[in-house]
Design a protein around this ligand. Structure first.
Ligand SMILES: C[S@@+](CC[C@H](N)C(=O)[O-])C[C@H]1O[C@@H](n2cnc3c(N)ncnc32)[C@H](O)[C@@H]1O
Length: 186
């Protein structure tokens, strides 16, 4: 592993707004902030918004600046990417941003039922050959439903025709209401 990557991982260990849990620890002890993100970390009652597959956290940080009255958590498995958003947000003292390094498949270990108000999925990999990794498959939608509040919303932004068409079909199959849809978004 390159020195640069090692330095980023070392930073991530130190950042108070970054949470990363080896699966073994999660299995043994569980995650102590599940159901308590607001009382233990954000210290307010604002809605919690996740960006799943946040990469460098561009949307997590950008949305958090736009909506200071919401709490944003970027989730991704790639720590070296997430480091960019983690560094930017801490350097300007943002209080409504956190990052969680985990597989999205484990998301229900980190959030209690109804704890999340909105989910953003921005430019996910279409995963054309791996159905079970597509972030808008029925399998993932079931996980989102578990942690979302009753009026919870999922936002999807994609530039992949495949992902757009696939998700539209999944929405129909799962009888989910569509609040807004466009195929021409800047
Ligand atoms: C194409 S990138 C998009 C990054 C970001 N949303 C953006 O718009 O720039 C997809 C990201 O999703 C993450 N990802 C994909 N599947 C994942 C999973 N099952 N669990 C955690 N992260 C995942 C990848 O690590 C990658 O950073």
């Amino acid at each position: 592993m390159g020195k640069n990557k090692l330095a980023k991982f070392a930073n991530m260990e130190e950042y108070p707004h970054v949470f990363q849990y080896p699966f073994a620890v999660l299995q043994e002890k569980g995650f102590e902030m599940k159901g308590k993100w607001n009382s233990l970390f954000f210290k307010n009652d604002n809605p919690i918004v996740l960006e799943l597959g946040c990469g460098k956290g561009e949307y997590t940080v950008g949305l958090a600046k736009l909506y200071p009255n919401k709490n944003f958590i970027g989730v991704d498995i790639k720590g070296a990417r997430m480091w960019t958003g983690a560094k930017q947000s801490i350097e300007v003292g943002m209080q409504n941003v956190a990052f969680l390094r985990t597989h999205i498949e484990l998301i229900t270990h980190f959030f209690a039922a109804g704890e999340v108000s909105e989910i953003w999925i921005t430019f996910p990999d279409p995963q054309m050959s791996k159905v079970n990794k597509r972030m808008t498959s029925t399998r993932f939608m079931k996980l989102y439903r578990e942690i979302l509040s009753d009026k919870g919303i999922v936002h999807l932004k994609t530039d992949s025709n495949f992902m757009y068409t696939y998700t539209s079909e999944m929405v129909k199959v799962n009888a989910l209401p569509v609040l807004f849809e466009t195929d021409d978004l800047y």
